[in-house]
Ligand binder design. Structure first.
Ligand SMILES: NC(=O)c1ccc[n+]([C@@H]2O[C@H](COP(=O)([O-])OP(=O)(O)OC[C@H]3O[C@@H](n4cnc5c(N)ncnc54)[C@H](O)[C@@H]3O)[C@@H](O)[C@H]2O)c1
Ligand SMILES: O=c1ccn([C@@H]2O[C@H](COP(=O)(O)OP(=O)(O)O[C@H]3O[C@H](CO)[C@@H](O)[C@H](O)[C@H]3O)[C@@H](O)[C@H]2O)c(=O)[nH]1
Length: 436
């Protein structure tokens, strides 16, 4: 099939590349000229494991193309994906200006039937708004379908190529057929393509993200209580996760959820509830607890340094909001670093992929190091915000020599308490006994 993907960010580029991989002819459109220029040179603007192999193959075989020109992109396209940003607006609701702008532009350009697919995460009722915006100027028949995306950054290609399920919101038999055909190669193992109406599909996405954010937040609260009662949250996780009704995944307590999705989507669902006069109390608690959780380590650090961080050097391992990505949107590390700087500390950082993006927002206010160990040199303490695998089994002997104080504040529970005790560390983690 001929496919256009409008918006070539994390979702658009993965969607375009993966559908090219399944044999379709794909054109990705973006207004960011520099981004398109890089893509045309074969340079992928984001870090996403496994994407490069598929990208190179499909570009080389002529199935994956890029343009800044919407008219050129949608020429003859049977399916037009909208993978545009939906950032939080001033009142917390998802800002639809990018989607509606493209919908407005599409109307006069459409000269053949196409299925327009909302891939972005959008509030209930958006498909109707998109349809109306296109219809204002369209001279041909078209369908608008809601097809929320559930991929996770860092494992996006795998999630996309082997989805647990695909959700499609449409009442059009013609669009349903097209979407069934498009997704057939990705669900050969029998995972379902679930059809429903558009509003339910839009709501499904927010329900999924909010449920997962709530699951993590519940564990973060259990962790906070564990610290008080003298229990270990990792044991609780194993103890409850084996119950198939609860499930093992998304039970890791930590320094709060971040990223470009959970924070904004929980907020947007809360706003939708407000708009419909429904008091969604759990969501409010989830947001409140998560804000506190992101600062969970600061009081411990302040206690350790007797509220005097001025002139202290704090090393930071991990800047990305999760491992295997360079994405720093709503990353807990950044808020903590800002607080460290405000308190007069000097901050040395290391992240395998996210340092370039951090440089763009924090400039020279912190020191960027080429290795995790360089960040530790003469540091008064170490804070950990991202569970990159290389931090899990570091060279402790080297660490012992470099750190001025053997003090680690770990937002991801990377190390065994007994080991840290044996090595004489002061070690604070989340939901576990403090070693000091
Ligand atoms: N990032 C994720 O993991 C993820 C997963 C599932 C769903 N989503 C949702 O998908 C949507 C896109 O997210 P993202 O992370 O890919 O965003 P992104 O910011 O990485 O990418 C969006 C792209 O759209 C482009 N764009 C903006 N206006 C445009 C226009 N008029 N024409 C063409 N291109 C335009 C931007 O230049 C940018 O490259 C959001 O609604 C998000 O909530 C994201
Ligand atoms: O047990 C866990 C799992 C995750 N997290 C945190 O939760 C956040 C989000 O992680 P994850 O869900 O793995 O990454 P995202 O790429 O943000 O993916 C989420 O958001 C996407 C955008 O909507 C959805 O498509 C995905 O299904 C959904 O998992 C990160 O800060 C993680 O550190 C935890 O603290 N504990």
């Amino acid at each position: 099939m001929k496919i256009a993907v409008v918006g070539t960010g994390y979702v658009g580029l993965v969607t375009g590349t993966c559908f090219a991989e399944t044999g379709n002819q794909v054109i990705c459109v973006d207004i960011d000229e520099k981004k398109v220029e890089r893509l045309l040179k074969g340079d992928i603007p984001i870090y996403e494991p496994g994407l490069d192999v598929l990208f190179d193959r499909n570009v080389a075989e002529g199935r994956l193309k890029f343009t800044t020109n919407l008219a050129e992109g949608i020429k003859e396209a049977q399916i037009i994906f909208l993978a545009l940003p939906t950032p939080p607006g001033e009142n917390g609701s998802a800002d639809l200006k990018y989607i509606l702008k493209v919908a407005d532009d599409l109307g006069p350009l459409l000269d053949h039937y196409a299925v327009i697919v909302d891939k972005s995460t959008v509030p209930v009722g958006t498909a109707e708004l998109v349809r109306a915006a296109i219809a204002k100027n369209a001279k041909v028949d078209f369908d608008v379908v809601s097809n929320p995306e559930f991929l996770r950054e860092g494992v996006a290609v795998e999630d996309f190529m082997k989805p647990d399920r695909v959700v499609v919101g449409t009442t059009s038999a013609k669009a349903k057929k097209t979407m069934e055909k498009l997704y057939a190669p990705l669900v050969r193992q029998g995972n379902p393509v679930i059809f429903m109406d558009e509003r339910s599909a839009e709501m499904t996405k927010y329900a999924a993200n909010s449920f997962l954010a709530m699951k993590i937040t519940f564990m973060n609260e259990i962790a906070n209580l564990c610290e008080k009662v003298g229990a270990n949250v990792d044991d609780i996780r194993r103890g409850i996760g084996t119950d198939s009704r609860i499930g093992k995944r998304f039970l890791f307590a930590g320094i709060g959820y971040g990223g470009s999705c959970f924070p904004k989507d929980v907020q947007a669902l809360a706003k939708t509830s407000e708009d419909y006069n429904y008091d969604f109390r759990i969501l409010k608690s989830v947001m409140e607890v998560n804000e506190d959780q992101k600062k969970r380590l600061m009081p411990l650090l302040n206690d350790y340094f007797k509220n005097d961080l001025k002139g202290k050097t704090i090393a930071v391992w991990g800047l990305a909001f999760k491992p295997y990505t360079d994405d720093i949107r709503e990353a807990p590390a950044l808020e903590n670093i800002k607080e460290l700087l405000e308190a007069g500390a000097h901050v040395t950082v290391y992240d395998p992929e996210a340092m370039e993006n951090v440089k763009k927002v924090m400039g020279d206010s912190i020191t960027y190091c080429h290795t995790p160990y360089a960040a530790l040199d003469d540091a008064d303490g170490l804070m950990i915000f991202t569970e990159w695998p290389q931090f899990r089994t570091p060279d402790f002997e080297k660490m012992n020599k470099l750190l001025k104080n053997k003090a680690v504040f770990d937002g991801r529970n990377l190390y065994e308490l007994d080991l840290m005790r044996e090595m004489g560390y002061t070690y604070y983690s989340i939901g576990r006994e403090a070693v000091n």
